[in-house]
Write a protein of this length. Structure first.
Length: 570
């Protein structure tokens, strides 16, 4: 008997095959619709993919605006340079080419290899190389390595103008000084263009300019290059001669508030910043505050005169150069008795200034200091400008009011101090300061009466006489008004015994003020540390040279020439 097993038959539900067929048909039609869309309706995607093989959008750097001095001399210019960059995935380079490229770029082969093996799609191999080196890179014909035109800043005046002009970084963005303050105006905006590349990645044809670069604006500063060089030379030599830590000088136009010169040492060369000490970069005349000492006394005296309680001839007893206030004693360098208000400034009496200050309400003194700009930004537009320190008068004790009268317990910058002296040189009106050349006279703010201002000019002239503390600030043929200052430096919450700041601030010609010059020397060494010894001669040389540069006529009679000739020979 034969036995035949039944055939094993797998039977699936009919709906499953229909579902599978439907899914396949839907997928097919979806791909068909997508293909029609990409190739017929919207072919931008494929076109972009294709164009990326032979075209590229290149950024066009904007030419940074130039910086000029007030006479049109260039202070900052942009020179074209090339930067070498790579698309690492496209780079094809052998060991010989690597060595040659490293030699041209003056970096190691290891450094190039590290950059090419990074995870970035774009990498700079070297920035800002000279055109002749860029030509050598092109001769290597390395696929994936390209050149990009950029601009590098060059500063013709070097360290003479460095603290004012500042500098830019590799991306041509301002980092310090005017370059930073006016970054937006100087920078402009970059453009872009589309080019066709060959198989080595070199641009062989322009296709289209996508965006035209907009060059930056040129700036004309208020600075006079000749006055700036004179100021720099004199403060550099003075700091070196005095064995000082640092020094600064500011030259202002007494009529407009324009900064004609501003120099600080130590300084730096913005064209070569390798191994640069960060401490040399800051503009000390703007960013560093210090206790001004007796250069602040004229403002105390002006407050007294303006109050109506005093005249230049009012007599003040200085008690032999000692004044006891609580447990503290204020001293004068000389033992003097009764002095006129003029003599208090002429001989720089701390006791006399303190007695006048203590006779005034604290609010009166505070208003004088505040209205002269102390304790507030000078609003010059210069980056990093300090406001100094002026405490509210409500917290003043009598000893603090007394010491502030001769410049202790208050801090200022040299630019603030120079600006404040515009009230004496401009008939009582405080002028705004600027680093840009003005087209018209500015509108100032009255601080003291015209009568008080003119009385103060005569008082300050007495300082620059053989009997005054600022005799060495005199200038042949010109009347000079000013004030010396010598202050102990603040250190560790108190005053350093043998560290001083020597200063002098003044203007000339005193009869018709044209310039204000402020000088500060930080920590002069040795026995010569008084403002009248260290800073007054710097003032004299800077002011004399600047008046000559500007062709300001002399205002003193011939007898004054003879007196100065005799003094100079002594």
């Amino acid at each position: 008997m034969n036995f035949r097993p039944k055939a094993l038959v797998l039977q699936l539900p009919a709906w499953r095959s229909k579902l599978l067929l439907s899914v396949l048909l839907v997928g097919f039609f979806a791909m068909l619709i997508r293909a029609i869309y990409l190739q017929g309706i919207n072919d931008d995607f494929l076109r972009q993919k294709g164009e990326s093989r032979y075209s590229k959008v290149i950024e066009l750097s904007a030419h940074r605006g130039m910086i000029f001095d007030r006479n049109g001399d260039p202070l900052a210019v942009s020179t074209p340079v090339e930067s070498v960059f790579a698309n690492p995935v496209d780079v094809e380079i052998d060991s010989d080419q690597m060595k040659e490229l490293a030699g041209i770029l003056k970096i190691s082969s290891r450094e190039i290899d590290r950059k090419l093996n990074g995870k970035k799609d774009f990498v700079y191999l070297e920035r800002g190389i000279p055109p002749e080196d860029a030509a050598k890179v092109l001769e290597l014909r390395i696929p994936g390595i390209f050149l990009h035109r950029e601009y590098r800043r060059y500063y013709p005046s070097g360290d003479v103008m460095s603290h004012i002009v500042g500098f830019t970084n590799l991306d041509d963005k301002g980092q310090e000084g005017i370059e930073l303050a006016y970054q937006k105006e100087l920078a402009g905006s970059p453009g872009s263009r589309k080019v066709i590349r060959d198989k080595l990645g070199r641009a062989v044809a322009d296709v289209d300019v996508i965006r035209t670069p907009r060059p930056g604006q040129d700036l004309m500063l208020s600075i006079d290059s000749k006055i700036q060089y004179l100021a720099y030379r004199e403060i550099r030599d003075a700091v070196e001669k005095a064995g000082a830590k640092a020094g600064s000088v500011v030259v202002l136009d007494a009529r407009t508030g324009e900064v004609l010169g501003m120099a600080s040492v130590p300084t730096f060369n913005p064209n070569n910043r390798e191994g640069l000490d960060p401490g040399t970069i800051r503009n000390r005349a703007v960013t560093d505050s210090y206790e001004p000492g007796s250069t602040l006394k004229p403002f105390t005296i002006a407050a007294g005169l303006d109050s109506g309680k005093y005249t230049p001839d009012s007599r003040i007893d200085t008690f032999g150069g000692k004044l006891q206030i609580g447990r503290a004693t204020i001293h004068d360098d000389e033992k003097m008795g009764v002095l006129s208000v003029t003599q208090i400034i002429q001989h720089s009496s701390n006791v006399g200034a303190s007695r006048i200050a203590l006779s005034l309400p604290p609010e009166t003194m505070w208003n004088m200091f505040h209205n002269c700009g102390f304790g507030a930004d000078p609003d010059s537009g210069f980056p990093g400008e300090a406001s100094g320190r002026l405490r509210p008068y409500q917290s003043w004790r009598p000893i603090e009011q007394a010491t502030m009268s001769f410049g202790n317990g208050i801090s200022v910058t040299l630019l603030q101090l120079a600006r404040a002296y515009t009230i004496f040189a401009n008939d009582g009106v405080l002028l705004p300061v600027t680093f840009l050349k003005r087209a018209a006279l500015p509108k100032g703010r009255r601080v003291i009466s015209e009568k008080t201002a003119r009385e103060m000019v005569s008082i300050l002239e007495s300082v620059v006489t053989p009997q005054g503390t600022g005799a060495r600030a005199s200038i042949l043929g010109y009347s000079v008004a000013g004030k010396t200052g010598t202050a102990h430096k603040v250190e560790g919450g108190g005053y350093a015994a043998h560290k001083y700041v020597a200063s002098f601030v003044g203007f000339a010609p005193a009869s018709i003020p044209r310039l204000i010059v402020a000088v500060m020397v930080d920590e002069p060494s040795g026995s010569r540390y008084y403002g009248g010894e260290v800073s007054a001669p710097v003032f004299s040389r800077v002011m004399s040279g600047s008046l000559s540069i500007l062709n300001v006529p002399a205002d003193e009679p011939q007898s004054h020439y003879a007196m100065n000739d005799i003094r100079g020979a002594m």
